[in-house]
Design a protein around this ligand. Structure first.
Ligand code: PAF
Length: 282
């Protein structure tokens, strides 16, 4: 596996791969890689001639300076894991390399990017679109792989790709969970032992809510799920929305959308650590 830090070097490499007719899979990450990321890389390696994995903690998508400073960084372990998974290139640029000057581009895809994470983290999805569009441009992938834990992010990236990169396949990959149900996330390493103990209650409630939903309205199901989680000492729901899986708009009736997803953000512990998860209802 080759580690590339400079955009110019990456572009030269991509050009020669493209000229040789190779298909390119891109897995964008912020590092601190876990089995969830590994599943994306494995799928890309299976489906493409070449897999490029970017490892870059993107400053423009953080609206909280502490969150950016505390984001876990594990470069050596990431490099070793990617090499063992058969990735072709690890692209690990500095922030100065990616943003030699401020990125003033704006992306807007309401309601997909304005609800939920969009409402609670202003500017977050604009930053995601800035970096992902740059990565798409640098690497010219055939397929790009994203984890469904960030369900809303995939919808926003789909909208951005449809506008700027028609023909590029956005491939969503299922959430990978710990045995106790906790969705894998780089942020899980920030959980203290007692926080790690209570965090699986989020998925437990989401799963139970699918059963509850069979005999209850959308509003009742939403409130029941929030109450179940808030009843656990140390967990506090920031939002729970039951939405049309395509547009991310909230629904009132189960019949309002063909596919329905519940998307949640929960504060866990004293720090607190912000955990997100989601579940499919139909
Ligand atoms: O999901 C992430 O890790 C990030 O939002 C992404 C897509 C790598 C962009 O920085």
């Amino acid at each position: 596996m080759e580690v590339i830090n400079k955009i110019a070097d990456l572009k030269v490499k991509v050009q020669s791969l493209k000229s040789a007719g190779k298909t390119i899979g891109l897995v964008p990450t912020m590092g601190a890689l876990h089995r969830g990321h590994a599943s994306l890389v494995e799928r890309s390696v299976k489906e493409n001639d070449v897999t490029i994995v970017s490892v870059f903690v993107n400053p423009t998508q953080f609206n909280d300076k502490n969150d950016l400073a505390n984001y876990p960084r594990t470069f050596e372990a990431d490099r070793d894991l990617l090499s063992s998974l058969g990735a072709t290139i690890m692209f690990a640029p500095t922030a100065e390399e990616v943003y030699p000057e401020p990125d003033t581009r704006t992306f807007s895809y309401p309601p997909t990017d304005t609800v939920m994470e969009g409402a609670f983290r202003p500017g977050h999805f604009n930053g995601v679109c800035q970096i992902v569009s740059k990565l798409f441009e640098f690497t010219q992938p055939t397929h790009a792989y994203f984890g469904e834990k960030d369900f809303q992010q995939i919808a926003v990236i789909r909208a951005m790709a449809a506008e700027h990169f028609p023909g590029l396949n956005i491939s969503p990959c299922p959430i990978v969970r710990e045995n106790d149900g906790l969705a894998l996330s780089s942020r899980n390493t920030l959980l203290a032992a007692d926080e790690r103990q209570i965090a699986p209650n989020i998925y437990k409630a989401l799963k139970a809510s699918v059963n509850y939903a069979k005999n209850h309205t959308v509003e009742e199901t939403k409130q029941w799920t929030i109450d179940e989680i808030n009843a656990v000492k140390g967990l506090e729901v920031q939002y729970y929305e039951i939405v049309d899986a395509a547009t991310l708009a909230s629904i009132k009736d189960w019949k309002d959308a063909e596919h329905v997803q519940g998307c949640i953000t929960v504060f866990c512990g004293k720090t607190p650590i912000r955990l997100i998860d989601n579940i499919n209802y139909k």
